[in-house]
Design a protein. Structure first.
Length: 323
């Protein structure tokens, strides 16, 4: 069905000029949130909306990154200059800035462990070789075996390996299987076990942070059902990294799913020289906070709005605790 251009224009006016969020626009115009997102994308693609990102003074961004590093004990924070809550733009910009950071920090002989996500895919598209030699690219968790090829784990690590002239070490098995017994059987395979051992020695990790809602990659690819999402939320789980589910304090929860998940253990993330999380957007705020609280990452690449919200919420929590 062709787009109703008048609705596209109304959507753009409400979002860019009236500062309504996508849920408010959906309610006002009688659309789904997905339709609102498509209309906004249509407005940009057709030139109905034209904008330029005028990056603020670099000193201000450097200060914002330093605040994040200090507030959350990070080795590094990278803030992409995105001041709008649009998922596709956020992912593209985070991917670009993450690629720059990775290129600057890879050393000869590094093992790069990768967990699939659409934001990591965006990063993989932009990576360029920095001259480092003897690199290995491996999977931190099993594959997204029911997804389109562009976001499959094997496809992403192949792209990164090609960019860095590196060898690959894949985990040709699903991330979540039906029972602990099946997982044990898979791990008995010598190839899987060997790949898993390499992944646990990763010096750099590159991964997304998943949220527990219908926008989650795990939900969209069929690993989680709606009832499973509801159950996870009831248990206080706010996010996942490589299939590990954690609460607001970053503590592992839901041992049932954990017992049948093919992924390197939490300790592996904390042992990495650089554990780089790529995540942004309002829907992931709680998940990012949980990941930071649990020290799942020591580098965060995020967008400007999310960075400011993280600092504001951290400051508010600190003030409240002090009272």
């Amino acid at each position: 069905m062709p787009y109703d251009e008048r609705t596209v224009v109304k959507t753009a006016i409400l979002y860019y000029l009236k500062n309504l969020d996508q849920d408010e626009i959906a309610q006002r115009l009688g659309l789904s949130r997905q339709s609102v997102s498509r209309h906004l994308k249509r407005a940009r693609e057709t030139g109905i909306v034209r904008f330029a990102i005028n990056a603020p003074n670099e000193d201000a961004f450097a200060g914002l990154e330093l605040e994040l590093e200090s507030a959350f004990g990070l080795k590094a924070a990278v803030v992409a200059p995105v001041n709008m809550d649009l998922d596709d733009i956020i992912k593209d910009e985070i991917g670009k800035y993450a690629a720059d950071f990775i290129e600057q920090n890879i050393r000869d002989g590094d093992i790069l462990g990768v967990s699939w996500s659409s934001t990591v895919y965006s990063c993989a598209q932009r990576l360029k070789w920095n001259g480092a030699k003897g690199l290995t690219i491996c999977q931190l968790n099993g594959s997204m075996d029911v997804a389109d090829c562009s976001t499959r784990a094997e496809f992403i690590i192949s792209m990164i390996a090609s960019a860095f002239r590196a060898r690959t070490n894949s985990l040709p098995a699903p991330m979540i299987v039906d029972s602990p017994e099946i997982l044990k059987s898979i791990m008995a395979d010598s190839r899987i076990r060997g790949s898993f051992e390499v992944a646990q020695r990763a010096s750099i990790g590159i991964f997304g942070i998943g949220c527990i809602n219908e926008q989650s990659s795990l939900y969209r690819t069929g690993y989680l059902s709606h009832s499973m999402l509801e159950d996870l939320r009831r248990k206080g789980i706010v996010g996942d990294i490589a299939g590990h589910f954690f609460d607001g304090e970053g503590t592992l929860r839901d041992s049932e799913i954990e017992s049948r998940t093919l992924a390197v253990p939490a300790e592996s993330f904390r042992a990495m020289r650089l554990s780089i999380a790529l995540a942004g957007g309002a829907s992931k705020l709680e998940a990012i906070e949980g990941a930071l609280a649990g020290k799942w990452c020591n580098v965060l690449v995020t967008d400007e709005i999310t960075a400011r919200r993280l600092i504001e919420r951290r400051s508010a929590g600190t003030r409240k605790a002090a009272q």
